[in-house]
Ligand binder design. Structure first.
Ligand SMILES: O=C(O)CCC(=O)N[C@@H](CCC(=O)O)C(=O)O
Ligand SMILES: [Zn+2]
Length: 359
């Protein structure tokens, strides 16, 4: 389609069929988009459920239900660019879909504003937190509730046969505020002591993600919601450091791009057998929550995720409270003094192994 095609002269369906640019359509109408649907020439049904919410259903049934999400934090642009290109290629017939797919551009107003959030952190509002009675009403709460409904609708609408059990996954793609000793890493939500999945580590390896943080407690994140509520294989996947649109070096995402495209268009992703020695595995040693507005970090903004300091080093203070390194090998991750009071301001993590609980 010509780059001069005017969105306003076409219906949304016509625009999408001609341009494949679902991200542009979403960002032009960031608050709401009337649902519509059409079929691709190969029979794949395309349904737009809302702004940023697009569902694809191939004509032939497979057991896999795949959700890809991005833009939960509006300034994390690389995953948004990856997903937008992937959706466009499916819509324009350059990538043939094999499995049911739901793609979510999670927080369009924050993407437009190039900010992490508008009113509050969307990724702290899942598993019903959006509707806690003492909470505020805002666009992120409304969106968190809607996203839960769309994910439920997607998984529940799968055409189930009696003999085939379905495989659900949800990969929530992010980038981190800081640089990282290990550029890409995943957060594996708490599985309530069920075994960690070897096939999922193999998929992460194919995505060029070999650092994994294993969580030991429930969370209010999107990935924990998908895992705990829907039994999906799910991760938060951090693909590098935040950059403005157009400033991502897309060559750094070749492997993850390829793996995601294989995931949706082929029977299986090409993987290597799991070998723990090729991974950096961590578990949470302690979570440090911001208790007062006096919370401050005692290291520089360019200190990378997974940095270790000697035992006794002062890392943060919160009024009278001091947080010092307690254990050899303890590494910091996601330090952020700007979070809301009561929220996680930093995690301290330690190396671990999964061989004792792996399926
Ligand atoms: O770089 C940071 O400090 C934050 C990056 C980010 O958005 N991380 C996610 C992790 C979610 C999880 O724990 O699964 C977040 O904080 O929401
Ligand atoms: Zn994020």
């Amino acid at each position: 389609m010509s780059e001069f095609t005017d969105l306003k002269s076409l219906s949304s369906a016509e625009y999408l069929q001609q341009s494949g640019d679902f991200l542009k359509l979403t960002l032009e109408q960031p608050d709401t988009l009337e649902p519509f649907s059409f079929n691709l020439t190969d029979g794949t049904k395309v349904q737009v459920w809302d702004t940023g919410v697009i569902c694809f259903e191939p004509a032939v049934l497979t057991p896999n239900d795949i959700v890809l999400s991005c833009g939960v934090h509006g300034n994390e642009t690389a995953p948004i660019e990856i997903c937008a290109a992937l959706v466009q290629d499916v819509l324009l017939g350059r990538l043939t879909l094999k499995h049911r797919l739901l793609v979510l551009f999670a927080n369009p107003p924050a993407i437009n504003a190039s900010t992490r959030e508008i009113s509050e952190n969307l990724n702290r509002l899942f598993s019903g937190t959006h509707s806690k009675i003492d909470g505020a009403h805002n666009a992120e709460r409304t969106r968190a509730k809607a996203l839960e409904q769309y994910v439920s609708q997607f998984y529940n609408a799968a055409r189930v046969t009696e003999t085939v059990s379905r495989n659900r996954c949800l990969y929530d793609l992010h980038t981190a505020i800081r640089g990282s000793r290990f550029e890409k890493f995943a957060v594996y939500p708490f599985l309530h002591n069920k075994p960690w999945q070897k096939a999922q580590f193999e998929f992460l390896h194919a995505c060029d993600v070999t650092t994994v943080l294993l969580m030991q407690t429930p969370a209010t994140t999107f990935s924990y919601y998908a895992s705990n509520t829907h039994g999906a294989d799910s991760f938060t996947i951090e693909l590098g450091k935040v950059q403005p649109f157009g400033q991502n070096d897309m060559r750094r995402f070749t492997k993850v791009n390829h793996a995601l495209r294989q995931l949706i268009s082929e029977d299986a992703v090409t993987t290597k057998s799991f070998d723990e020695s090729q991974f950096q595995l961590y578990q949470v040693y302690r979570a440090i929550n911001k208790q007062t507005e006096a919370f401050e970090l005692h290291f520089a903004d360019d200190v990378e995720n997974f940095t270790c300091y000697p035992v006794g080093t002062l890392l943060a203070s919160d009024g009278e409270i001091e947080y010092r390194v307690e254990q050899e090998g303890e590494a910091l991750i996601f330090p952020n003094a700007k979070v809301a009071k009561g929220q996680r301001a930093m995690l301290m993590v330690v190396p671990t192994s999964v061989v004792h609980n792996l399926a």
